[in-house]
Design a protein around this ligand. Structure first.
Ligand SMILES: *Cc1c(COP(=O)(O)O)cnc(C)c1O
Length: 342
């Protein structure tokens, strides 16, 4: 991948902001360089702009060098940076599967970048030829999501690899739900494909949606571009501290995932026994896509009973569907109890 031909010229030529903490990184006893208040330690100090301590831990856990990791304010930040790095507003376009996570389109719209949707097939699988046919000379990125939201399935691996091989621009594989999946991650293919960007997040299996921390894994060169255009101190100190403490608790996260996977099986089997449920789609994520007789009526009934699910009735290929997150055993029991009475 000749990155220079893919990055917007203004971004390629950008001289990034140089912060105090990026100019001097070492140890010292007196810091008088950043106009910080000397009182109220430790939050009086600016955080590490490149979050090396957190990245080192993630690197050990994922087997990816720290220089190939970008940390953002949720996965939403790297999604937005992909548009800002590669797509000329009003000229370039991206291609994405449909239905999928809503933020790809929102970021395209904010950046005035054409968003081309390629429908999944009836099994919710990606048609690599259809994706490749939608690509033209102004296509700068392809977004796929596996396991996909809201359909819950993992995409056909061979199809995603074909896209990676046949399109030279950036291919984003969003793995927000990878910890719940029976399929392997695409992280192992980073060395094989210089155009691959894998997204993961602390918001789902890691139980840390509140701290807003997303991960992007890619070539050193792509990560350097993201680092150049991000806000200098994008990840605050509290978030970095919480992430470090969660990374020490990987065993706890595994236990949560084990429980949620058991609950996913139980919830699917109990839901499929209800007469109002027409279909429970197979899931590789921590939610179930469930087709019911009248999705909007079931949704309203559950709200009245204090239970909130996501109504996906108006989404492509998801007519009549609710997206239901797998909760604790007790939460799932309450959902089944309410739906049994309907
Ligand atoms: C939940 C989710 C995310 C997570 O976004 P954050 O900004 O990291 O909270 C990313 N991608 C998909 C497909 C999701 O469903």
């Amino acid at each position: 991948m000749d990155l220079k031909t893919w990055v917007r010229p203004n971004i390629w030529n950008l001289k990034p902001y140089s912060s105090a903490r990026s100019e001097f990184k070492g140890e010292a006893s007196v810091f008088l360089d950043a106009n910080e208040n000397p009182y109220n330690a430790p939050y009086n100090r600016y955080p590490d702009p490149l979050q090396w301590a957190v990245k080192e831990k993630i690197s050990q856990l994922k087997g990816v060098p720290a220089e190939q990791i970008f940390l953002g304010v949720g996965s939403d930040e790297p999604i937005d940076l992909i548009y800002r790095a590669f797509c000329e507003p009003g000229i370039d376009n991206v291609v994405a599967i449909d239905p999928t996570y809503g933020m790809y389109q929102v970021c395209a719209d904010i950046n005035n970048v054409e968003y081309r949707k390629v429908s999944l097939d009836n099994e919710f699988n990606v048609d690599a030829d259809a994706v490749l046919n939608a690509i033209d000379t102004h296509t700068k990125a392809v977004f796929v999501c596996s396991p996909n939201n809201p359909t819950g399935n993992s995409l056909n691996r061979a199809a995603v690899e074909r896209i990676l091989k046949s399109f030279a621009g950036v291919v984003v594989v969003d793995e927000a739900y990878i910890d719940f999946s029976s399929q392997p991650t695409f992280l192992h293919l980073l060395n094989e494909y210089a155009n691959l960007v894998v997204l993961q997040t602390f918001s789902k299996a890691w139980g840390s949606a509140g701290i807003r921390l997303g991960m992007a894994f890619a070539s050193r060169e792509i990560i350097e571009i993201f680092n150049k255009i991000k806000y200098p101190y994008n990840i605050n100190k509290l978030t970095q501290e919480h992430a470090l403490s969660m990374l020490e608790k990987a065993g706890q996260v595994k236990e949560w995932v084990t429980i949620l996977l058991q609950e996913r099986v139980r919830l699917a089997s109990e839901l499929s026994r209800l007469s109002i449920v027409k279909k429970v789609y197979p899931s590789d994520a921590n939610f179930l896509l469930v087709k019911v007789d009248d999705a909007s009526a079931v949704y309203r009934y559950l709200v009245e009973n204090g239970i909130i699910v996501r109504n996906r009735n108006n989404i492509t290929l998801c007519m009549g569907c609710l997206r239901i997150t797998v909760g604790t055993p007790e939460e799932n029991r309450l959902l089944i109890e309410a739906m049994t009475k309907l």
